[in-house]
Design a protein around this ligand. Structure first.
Ligand code: F6R
Length: 248
């Protein structure tokens, strides 16, 4: 794992966006894995700026999102499809038909998940996967205990994750947060050719030290990234506060 510590959240976002922009320039038809949540918003803003100011071209890019709430339609303002349209897709020249987000209202959700896996494989796999991290070390909605071999599937959300997503940033009442989601699995994520995990704020410091310096264990899903050969972690100083070793 390559660990890069930036002074601020803005610097973290810019450094992450540059990695995406470099790949898009080098391989215009690249396959990107994308995340939602608060952490990547700044990175998406930088990509939008690069598109508007420097002509960064998304016309041949394909994207796959990590997860979606079970039971939410893409028009629901808390769905991850809505989030992606709002925070990135509506502002760049990506073709909507090349943006894949799991369907939270699929008639047969598991069949939909199996098809998602097949599509990712058929298209040649994800070139660069963006990840945020939960305070309990989850990546996508792979909560602690998620098997290393897991693939896209229906998952239960922990009370901790439900609380984190109803702290006023997204849902305002925990009762409104769906209790299940569709999520890429750990094996799906680890298949990506390159992975970029970003994290900011003190609330992520525990999860980051366990991810980077702790043992690789399914109890801290992100720590399984230690076994991936091309993973970069970019964090701000607050999220790096508990690291004990020296990093760039
Ligand atoms: C979202 C996702 C989640 C978030 C994580 C952190 O697609 O996969 O794992 O990355 O819950 O969320 P924020 O960024 O809101 O702290």
């Amino acid at each position: 794992m390559k660990v890069i510590i930036k002074k601020t959240t803005d610097e973290m976002s810019l450094a992450g966006a540059k990695i995406f922009a470099e790949l898009i320039c080098k391989k215009p038809n690249c396959i990107l894995g994308l995340a939602t949540g608060g952490t990547p918003v700044g990175l998406y803003k930088e990509l939008i700026k690069m598109h508007k100011q420097d002509g960064l071209d998304f016309s041949k890019v394909t994207t796959f999102n990590l997860d979606e709430y079970l039971g939410l339609d893409g028009d629901h303002d808390q769905s991850y499809r809505y989030f992606m349209n709002d925070n990135l897709f509506n502002h760049v020249n990506i073709k909507k038909e090349n943006t894949y987000v799991l369907n939270g209202v699929a008639a047969d959700p598991q069949l939909f998940c199996d098809g998602y896996e097949m599509l990712i494989k058929a298209i040649g796999g994800i070139d660069l996967q963006l990840l945020g991290i939960g305070g309990n070390g989850h990546i996508a909605f792979n909560e602690p205990g998620s098997p290393r071999s897991s693939r896209t599937r229906i998952v239960d959300l922990t009370p901790e994750t439900i609380a984190a997503n109803s702290d006023g940033r997204f849902f305002s009442d925990p009762k409104d947060v769906p209790t299940q989601a569709l999520s890429m699995g750990m094996a799906t994520i680890l298949d990506a050719k390159e992975i970029l995990l970003i994290a900011n704020k003190e609330s992520k410091a525990d999860a980051i030290v366990k991810t980077v310096e702790g043992p690789a264990t399914e109890d801290v899903p992100a720590s399984l990234l230690q076994a991936h050969s091309n993973t970069t972690v970019i964090i701000d100083e607050a999220a790096a506060a508990k690291l004990t070793k020296e990093y760039a």
